[in-house]
Design a protein around this ligand. Structure first.
Ligand SMILES: N=c1c2ncn([C@@H]3O[C@H](COP(=O)(O)OP(=O)(O)OP(=O)(O)O)[C@@H](O)[C@H]3O)c2ncn1[C@@H]1O[C@H](COP(=O)(O)O)[C@@H](O)[C@H]1O
Length: 131
């Protein structure tokens, strides 16, 4: 397992995979018999959104298994399946991993607890302003 430090290749790998997924879109969906990405895109959102739900459940199960002697590579593998299917969804809806990374960067330095409190206060102010 890698040290817990970011590598310059991290975003590069996501960008390369995103480019491959885009290429499957450009080739009129590619050949669903030869390309799994093309098959998912050809089947449409129901297919890859269902896979995202399934893979998320598998991530949870692999994580819970760690308490009972499971191994971290299983968790990493399931997480990779989840990220991959999420990337197919991003491509379908016209977004990129760069957009997600930019959003995470935008959030950096803002505590999640503070952000949630601010959102609640804004919600209260908006409902009090209603006539
Ligand atoms: N990263 C992946 C990737 N991760 C997972 N998968 C596929 O996702 C599928 C679903 O995973 P499951 O574990 O649920 O497998 P399963 O039980 O057979 O699935 P179902 O029967 O439920 O469909 C498997 O067929 C995996 O091979 C991937 N398929 C492709 N990629 C990347 O996409 C690129 C393009 O792939 P193609 O479009 O197939 O050329 C590849 O070069 C890879 O970089």
């Amino acid at each position: 397992m890698q040290e817990n430090t970011p590598s310059a290749g991290d975003e590069g790998a996501l960008a390369r995979l995103a480019a491959t997924i885009e290429s499957r879109k450009r080739e009129h969906g590619g050949d669903p018999d030869k390309s799994y990405v093309a098959r998912l895109l050809h089947q449409g959102p129901d297919a890859f959104l269902k896979k995202i739900g399934e893979e998320a459940t598998e991530v949870v199960m692999a994580a819970k298994d760690l308490d009972h002697g499971g191994d971290r590579f299983k968790l990493v593998g399931e997480m990779a399946d989840l990220w991959f299917h999420c990337m197919v969804a991003l491509a379908h809806y016209g977004a990129t991993p760069h957009d997600v990374i930019a959003e995470l960067e935008r959030r950096m330095g803002t505590s999640g607890i503070e952000e949630k409190a601010l959102r609640k206060a804004q919600g209260r102010a908006a409902s009090e302003a209603q006539p």
